[in-house]
Structures are given as structure tokens and as C-alpha cells.
Design a protein around this ligand. Sequence first.
Ligand SMILES: *Cc1c(COP(=O)(O)O)cnc(C)c1O
Length: 235
Amino acid sequence: MTNIERNYKEIRERIVTAARRADRDPDCVRLVVVTKGQPLQAVEHVVAAGACCLGENYVEEALPKIQALAGNEIEWRMIGHVQSRKAREIVENFSGCDALDSLRLAIRLDRFAAQAGRRLPVLLECNVSGETSKFGFAAWDRNNWPGLATELAQVVELPNLQVRGLMTMPPVFDDPQRARPYFQCLRELQKYLGERLPQVNWSELSMGMSGDFEIAIQEGATLVRIGTAIMGPRN
Ligand SMILES: *Cc1c(COP(=O)(O)O)cnc(C)c1O
């Protein structure tokens, strides 16, 4: 067994344990293995270990991997910021976009999805920390949530997108407990949007990475995005 296969199995077990401890069904927490910055061979190892849901951040880097692994049933998720001019490539090559962060991008994805004859699953990335380095809809100030709901109402109306929930990246901390309030905030925002925009099924919460996924699972994550803890350091 390679290190990657071993890490993959160990992380799967930690996800199950964290879910049970939180009184949650482990099947309701899905693992997205983040393969950005990893060579094809490493990606092949994790697929051999059983990974079927992979996350990439950059279109150019992802396309050769997607082509090389085309024979496998892999769900490729775009988890990084997407420039609007890349919208077509997202629609044509990815299962969905987990980092939808502007109305402008939403409109373009919707247009290309219409052309491709598909309805693209998306998660709305929300910035709950206020860090200027982060992408995402501005969600750190609760006084602005009514305005945010008005903006998102335009996104959820787009007929060729299927909004499934929210995604966030908290600040990086040495102590993962400090990420907890940001996960809680995303969950509260999910509830708020569920009341304001009940026509949408907001069930997905993509939150938690290598250093803090167990906390995120306690706080309701349905998708965790894990890179280095499985794949090792990136190039
Ligand atoms: C790189 C990345 C991850 C994975 O981070 P690790 O700390 O390596 O687990 C998760 N989510 C996003 C959006 C990323 O860009």
C-alpha cells in the first residue's frame, strides 16, 4: 500500500469517527480529495484507494488530469476561484462548481450550462471572516445578510444552475478550535437563507480542510475538502 492509500483510509476512518461523535450519519459527510499541486501519479494512487470525488483549484492544471483519468467514474469539483472567462471550461469539464463567488460568474455559468444542455450544481462561497485575501460573497457582517439574501435571490433564479448550499474557508489557525465560530456562522447563514429563499435546497455545507475537518463535521459539514493530510505536501 502507498502512503497515499494509507492516508486515505485513515482520513476516512477519522471522518466516520467524527460524525459518530457528533451523532451524525457518517454517510452524510462526503470527502472531497483536493489534488491541486499533485502530479498525475499521486492522483492515480488516491483513485486506486477508492477516492471518487476530487477537487481542483485551477482549470489549466485540472484538465490534463481529467483527461488522463477519463475512464474512471470521478466527480471533479472546482473548489477554487474561477475567472469569468473560464466559465465555459468549468461547465464542460467539471461535475460542479463549489466556489461560486459572484453574480457575474453565476450569469456566465448559467449561460454556458444552457448551451451545454445541463443544469450545473453549485455551492455559493461565502466570506465569513472578512479577510480581504478571501473570495466569496460578503457574509461576515450579519447586518448585511438581508442585502446578501437579495443579491443571492438573483443567483438562485438562474434556471441552469442548481444551488445546493454554501462553502467557506475560515482563516488558518494553529489551533483548529478557533475555526469553529466561522463554521457556526456558515451554518447560521444556511438557516437564514433557508428562511429567506425557501425554494432552494440549501443542504450542503462544504467546510473543513486537513487541519480542522473534525471540528467542521461537529458543526454540520456535509463535504470536507482534504488535500495535504491525504496527498502530502504540494508542489
Ligand atoms: C487547497 C484547498 C483545500 C485543501 O487544503 P489542505 O489544507 O491541503 O487540506 C481545501 N479547500 C480549498 C478551497 C483549497 O484551496
